[in-house]
Ligand binder design. Structure first.
Ligand SMILES: [Zn+2]
Length: 326
């Protein structure tokens, strides 16, 4: 592992490289962003790079020295990962951090604590952590990780250097799925396109039921015609039948229209999410204008937002289905 093995987040990686090379490391960081995008992987790499015996700020950790290997195996006496036990991170876990901080690191230049899912600290734990953050110590670094920064007390937030992580780009998710998980290219592109930039979501989508749901969504979308009222009703009631899958269905629909737009402009199929549906995508690209496709994408995205805000689902889906150009 080194900084070069981190997928995406170039900006954040460069900030950390710079901090290391200038030796201006803060005493508390907060990494926030949606789940499963590599926040923890970067926190661990930062811990390794900081303590690497062959420290190189650009490269990051060497991966082979004593310190790197110990952190890699989570066996370093000065490297700690705190996680929720059950629902919460409790005060005992924070007391352990405070306890460690009373003496010098055993081997490392800097002792590092990663607090994963930091928003799960209960009130007692958060108050205890706040005390720790108020008394910075140069031989100790705390990295909080969360997908819900708004759930952390503002007093905790204000004492951390807050680094916000964006969802991963679609091509990066696909690259990670093929390189790290050995997934076949076509499938990786498809899952990446529906993942919203999260590896965890991409992997959740990789199951038979979801794959057949995608096929069904596609079949209905392809069979829907504005002039045929029955097809519109059928399409809407399909979208509405499983409330847990509405957002997935809408993502699938958006992915087709995005593909149609890309294909219309480039005539290349290599970057399409739904490469296995090329003839349908081609026919949409020929039938609809660029403006119509963009309008469709906007309609579906708007419906998704309304539904997330608890608007009447059926009514929202009906309005969307009746306005779309097919
Ligand atoms: Zn090393």
């Amino acid at each position: 592992m080194s900084f070069n093995d981190i997928y995406g987040h170039e900006k954040q990686v460069n900030v950390l490289r710079k901090t290391l090379s200038q030796k201006r490391i803060g005493h508390a960081y907060l990494f926030s962003g949606i789940p499963s995008i590599g926040k923890k992987a970067l926190a661990v790499e930062f811990a390794r790079a900081y303590n690497c015996e062959k420290a190189d700020a650009v490269q990051g950790s060497c991966g082979t020295c004593f310190s790197c290997r110990k952190i890699q195996k989570n066996r370093h006496p000065d490297f700690f990962v705190v996680k929720p036990e059950g629902q919460f991170i409790r005060i005992d876990a924070i007391r352990e951090i405070q306890n460690q901080m009373t003496f010098k690191p055993l081997e490392a230049l800097c002792r590092i604590f990663i607090v994963d899912d930091a928003d799960k600290m209960n009130e007692e734990a958060a108050n205890a952590l706040l005390k720790t953050l108020e008394e910075p110590s140069f031989a100790n670094l705390i990295i909080l990780i969360t997908s819900r920064p708004y759930a952390l007390a503002s007093t905790v937030l204000s004492r951390c250097l807050h680094m916000r992580f964006n969802p991963l780009r679609q091509d990066i998710v696909a690259k990670l799925l093929t390189e790290k998980m050995g997934m076949e290219q076509q499938k990786a592109l498809l899952l990446a396109g529906l993942s919203g930039g999260s590896i965890g979501r991409a992997l959740d989508l990789d199951d038979e039921e979801i794959i057949s749901f995608r096929q069904e969504t596609f079949d209905l979308l392809a069979a829907t015609r504005k002039s045929e009222l029955f097809s519109l009703i059928k399409f809407t009631s399909f979208l509405h039948q499983d409330k847990k899958k509405i957002s997935l269905a809408l993502d699938i629909i958006i992915s087709y229209f995005r593909d149609a737009l890309v294909y219309k402009e480039t005539k290349k199929s290599g970057t399409l999410i739904n490469q296995d549906k090329l003839s349908f995508i081609d026919s949409v690209a020929q039938r609809l204008s660029g403006e119509q496709i963009l309008y469709n994408i906007d309609l579906v995205e708007r419906a998704e937002r309304y539904i997330k805000r608890n608007s009447n689902k059926l009514l929202t889906l009906e309005t969307m289905a009746f306005k779309l150009s097919y």
